[in-house]
Design a protein around this ligand. Structure first.
Ligand SMILES: *[C@@H]1O[C@H](CO)[C@@H](O)[C@H](O)[C@H]1NC(C)=O
Ligand SMILES: *[C@@H]1O[C@H](CO)[C@@H](O)[C@H](O)[C@H]1NC(C)=O
Ligand SMILES: *[C@@H]1O[C@H](CO)[C@@H](O)[C@H](O)[C@H]1NC(C)=O
Ligand SMILES: *[C@@H]1O[C@H](CO)[C@@H](O)[C@H](O)[C@H]1NC(C)=O
Ligand SMILES: *[C@@H]1O[C@H](CO)[C@@H](O)[C@H](O)[C@H]1NC(C)=O
Ligand SMILES: *[C@@H]1O[C@H](CO)[C@@H](O)[C@H](O)[C@H]1NC(C)=O
Ligand SMILES: *[C@@H]1O[C@H](CO)[C@@H](O)[C@H](O)[C@H]1NC(C)=O
Length: 529
């Protein structure tokens, strides 16, 4: 049992007893002796400062943000080899809980997650973020530099954590009490990479929408362009037609959970059939919302598992329901998907001229066999994390338009089989929550505010906040049974008006409407086997 309030009190007394927080911060730069590191600056940031990031790569474009607490901001560069290195920052709050936290990254990007850093420094964590070994959202820095890929695969987060813990200890004069991780997408993958390969790094991990089985994910996300072809191709569907497909999916599957509200509680039960959308033969024009047989084949393929050479599974199907989310119809836009194209060009083939229109089963096999920097992140053995007492909270939005949520139960089952543990025993250290109506990490029509990001917080109560849930699990041994999500009117907490709340179930349970009571109330739903 920990007493974070006492820890905060003692640490602030310790700080006050010295020369004051502000001066201690400015002294930190010269005090730090970290191997291979160059400290750029250490500066005091007062609560309410409008912080902007002029040094950030333009494609990262972090907006200016205002942090609600006083903290010491440290920025440094740490060489990871003779031809690679990470840019990282540590944000050290005046009112420290004694906890340490690392944030992650997204996509192929080399951008610090400043919003996540602001979120967690405000909660009293000494927080670190790094640039994943390169700057900007493009994959070009991977070209002919396997060390940069190595940073991206695992070394940036691990180095950031090792160095960050040292900075935190130096600053506060004592070691942190517990160490945490928060990330989504590539950040979710980084969380699982830590659990699989660096189990000592964290006591508690929150991993959202993880980009697991990363090589195959890039094959899958690249293959949509080959399914649709360019706009105007016979295989391509217009946005209007995708809107019709979405409505048809809802007509077939929305009621399976007992209530029709535009949210499918368990898409794994939805086996969508698009054929009734095919245009009547008396009216063969497909300019409207009906589709041709060829287009119906495209839709079928989108919602079918992808197989490669020799019939091996590459990646599970896109889950039905997410068609309208994201930069409209991102995978169905008739353009190559940038992350997939960049990954093949710069990390797999080292050939900027590689054409994403040629992607096929031989490429799927080649990239997974190469597995650059062991980025796959598919080990089903989490026993080292389990043995040290770490807790893992895995969540995935069920309208994820970028990383199909069908992949998360696949990983969960893989862990169960690899470790030979039934869900009841996995529950002791690893829990997976499916968040209905949630897109990729944030957004969507469901009760999607679960504390996964600074702008998706309805409450700091552990019942309603994935980060505080893992903190309570680690520090008090009380594991989350469900996650209570909130939907706000207009999708934003700033209006403050709650549209509805719903409890998200722990896998393998699924959520159903009881048929009684107001469906906007969580008590009208239950988790069933
Ligand atoms: C913060 O500064 C930026 C310019 O760096 C400005 O555009 C923005 O309006 C400022 N925000 C606030 C809340 O003052
Ligand atoms: C510092 O860099 C050198 C050369 O790249 C490397 O061999 C060494 O392991 C690094 N030290 C640390 C603590 O990372
Ligand atoms: C310090 O943080 C604790 C929670 O960690 C909070 O209860 C308290 O109000 C904070 N104090 C200040 C002065 O911000
Ligand atoms: C990334 O940007 C930072 C800040 O502008 C710079 O110091 C660093 O050298 C850059 N890193 C790389 C790998 O280009
Ligand atoms: C033919 O189908 C299109 C698209 O569904 C529709 O807009 C149009 O009214 C139909 N025409 C006739 C004659 O039914
Ligand atoms: C498919 O089978 C062939 C012949 O046995 C083998 O060479 C190849 O590696 C297999 N491909 C995959 C992806 O397993
Ligand atoms: C939601 O948006 C509508 C239309 O813009 C606006 O009139 C209403 O005030 C908003 N409500 C809230 C709670 O934000």
């Amino acid at each position: 049992m920990r007493f974070p309030l006492y820890a905060a009190l003692f640490s602030s007394l310790a700080v006050a007893a010295q020369c004051g927080f502000q001066q201690q911060c400015s002294k930190l730069a010269s005090k730090l002796k970290i191997e291979n590191a160059t400290v750029w600056f250490a500066e005091y940031v007062a609560a309410g400062t409008n912080l902007s990031f002029p040094d950030a790569h333009p494609t990262c474009s972090p907006g200016p943000l205002t942090v609600g607490v006083d903290f010491c901001r440290v920025a440094l560069y740490v060489a990871t080899s003779s031809r690679s290195g990470i840019s990282m920052e540590a944000w050290l709050p005046r009112n420290w809980t004694g906890r340490f936290l690392s944030t992650g990254n997204g996509g192929l990007n080399g951008c610090l997650s400043y919003d996540d850093m602001a979120y967690t420094v405000e909660l009293g964590f000494s927080t670190v973020g790094a640039n994943n070994g390169h700057n900007g959202t493009s994959g070009t820095p991977f070209l002919n530099n396997p060390d940069v890929v190595e940073d991206f695969g695992w070394r940036s987060v691990h180095t950031n954590v090792v160095v960050g813990k040292e900075i935190s200890r130096e600053f506060y004069g004592k070691k942190h009490t517990k160490s945490y991780y928060l990330g989504c997408s590539t950040g979710g993958r980084q969380g699982f990479k830590s659990a699989q390969s660096f189990p000592d790094d964290f006591d508690g991990i929150v991993a959202g929408a993880p980009a697991l089985d990363f090589n195959n994910l890039n094959s899958w996300s690249g293959h949509f362009y080959l399914l649709t072809g360019a706009p105007g191709s016979p295989t391509y569907l217009t946005p209007e037609q995708w809107t019709a497909v979405h409505a048809d999916i809802m007509a077939q599957c929305d009621g399976i959970d007992g209530y029709v509200d535009g949210i499918i509680e368990d898409p794994s039960l939805c086996h969508y059939r698009p054929e009734s959308l095919i245009c009547p033969s008396t009216n063969a024009t497909n300019s409207g919302t009906c589709i041709t047989g060829t287009q119906a084949s495209t839709v079928r393929a989108v919602f079918s598992d992808l197989y490669g050479e020799n019939g091996t599974l590459v990646y599970p199907r896109m889950q039905p329901g997410s068609e309208l989310l994201g930069t409209p119809y991102i995978y169905y836009s008739g353009n190559p998907f940038q992350y997939s194209a960049d990954w093949f060009r710069y990390a797999v083939y080292n050939n900027p001229d590689w054409d994403p229109a040629t992607l096929g089963p031989a490429d799927y096999a080649a990239s997974d066999a190469l597995n650059p920097a062991d980025i796959r992140t598919w080990s089903g053995d989490l026993s080292a994390a389990r043995e040290r007492g770490a807790k893992i909270l895995h969540w995935h939005g069920l309208q994820d338009q970028i990383i199909t949520s069908d992949n998360s139960p696949r990983y969960y089952a893989h862990v169960a089989r690899t470790m030979g543990l039934p869900p009841r025993e996995l529950d002791e250290f690893y829990r997976f929550f499916r968040i209905s109506g949630l897109g990729h990490c944030t957004g969507g029509p469901g009760a999607v505010f679960v504390g996964q990001a600074r702008d998706h917080v309805a409450s700091l109560e552990p019942e309603q906040n994935v980060l505080m849930a893992v903190v309570r699990w680690v520090e008090q041994g009380k594991a989350p049974e469900t996650i209570l999500g909130t939907a706000f009117v207009n999708g934003t907490a700033s209006g403050g008006e709650v549209a509805f709340r719903r409890r998200h179930c722990r896998y393998p349970l699924r959520n159903v409407y009881t048929g009684q009571g107001n469906p906007k109330e969580p008590g009208s739903w239950k988790c069933v086997v």
